[in-house]
Design a protein around this ligand. Structure first.
Ligand SMILES: [Zn+2]
Length: 272
């Protein structure tokens, strides 16, 4: 599932490719992707131009002239910027014809992604149940102490809670725990202020590095390549079960924690 850095990369890539392009036609091939009446969606978007490109948590926000197109990629959603002559893939569900002869295509193998339209609103009140952006200043020690004061949950499940902070998924949660030298099952009530500061720093570091690496792929995109947000961060634990830890001689372990595959180093990471 795309997490914050991947979504950010997709947003920045699309900004480079389609900013100020006008939508001249919309074709919906699979209507469940669109959270409203198909024809209404088409009528509203036709003849509007892409103006501003934003992200909130894992949501992509495309501000057009009079409305915002909000997309959540869920598990497998991808945007492709292609020529209208290119063969349409069997997982392409929505096609936006642009005024330069190119198309923005939405592909989704699992069909879990969703698009909806929202009034232009810089505050996007609809997102108020999302916690602060992990890269912003609002994600700080005072905020965290207040959020967790009655919590008996573990660190990993808290990092995944989108009302705690928005945009972190399974990969980055495991990486943040590793960099903070804390086991994912550590109870948040056991974590010292000093450790929280390390968690905040690790969170920002891991996400910023991933964005930077994702960003470096933007320059190499050509028109026919998919805009997927490439994850090129050096991964320490996620997906590395039974491989040697990058930091010691121990082996990375994979367990199920709250139904989520969870990876950690039993030597480098502690319970407090
Ligand atoms: Zn280790």
């Amino acid at each position: 599932m795309p997490e914050l850095p991947e979504v950010e990369t997709v947003v920045r890539t699309l900004e480079n490719l389609i900013k100020d392009r006008k939508i001249i036609k919309v074709n919906i091939l699979y209507s469940n992707i669109v959270n409203m009446d198909d024809q209404k969606f088409i009528d509203i978007l036709t003849n509007q131009s892409f103006k501003n490109f934003k992200r909130r948590g894992k949501y992509l926000l495309f501000e057009l002239d009079y409305i915002t197109l909000v997309t959540h990629l869920r598990m497998e959603g991808k945007f492709f910027y292609q020529s209208s002559d290119d063969v349409i893939g069997k997982h392409t569900h929505v096609i936006f014809d642009l005024d330069n002869g190119m198309q923005l295509r939405y592909d989704d193998v699992r069909k879990f992604g969703r698009m909806e339209l929202m009034e232009l609103d810089t505050d996007y009140k609809v997102f108020k149940k999302l916690g602060p952006e992990p890269l912003g200043n609002d994600f700080n020690l005072a905020y965290i102490k207040n959020f967790i004061k009655k919590s008996n949950k573990n660190l990993k499940i808290t990092l995944l809670d989108q009302s705690f902070t928005s945009g972190i998924g399974n990969i980055y949660a495991d990486e943040i725990c590793f960099r903070s030298k804390l086991l994912p099952m550590t109870l948040v009530s056991d974590i010292s202020d000093e450790k929280w500061l390390l968690i905040i720093e690790s969170t920002k570091q891991v996400l910023e590095q991933a964005i930077l690496n994702g960003g470096s792929t933007i320059r190499s995109y050509t028109s026919s390549l998919g805009v997927t947000g490439l994850f090129q961060l050096k991964i320490d634990v996620y997906g590395r079960a039974n491989q040697k830890c990058h930091n010691c001689d121990d082996t990375i372990v994979k367990i199920k924690l709250n139904q989520r595959g969870t990876h950690y180093c039993p030597s480098c990471q502690k319970l407090k």
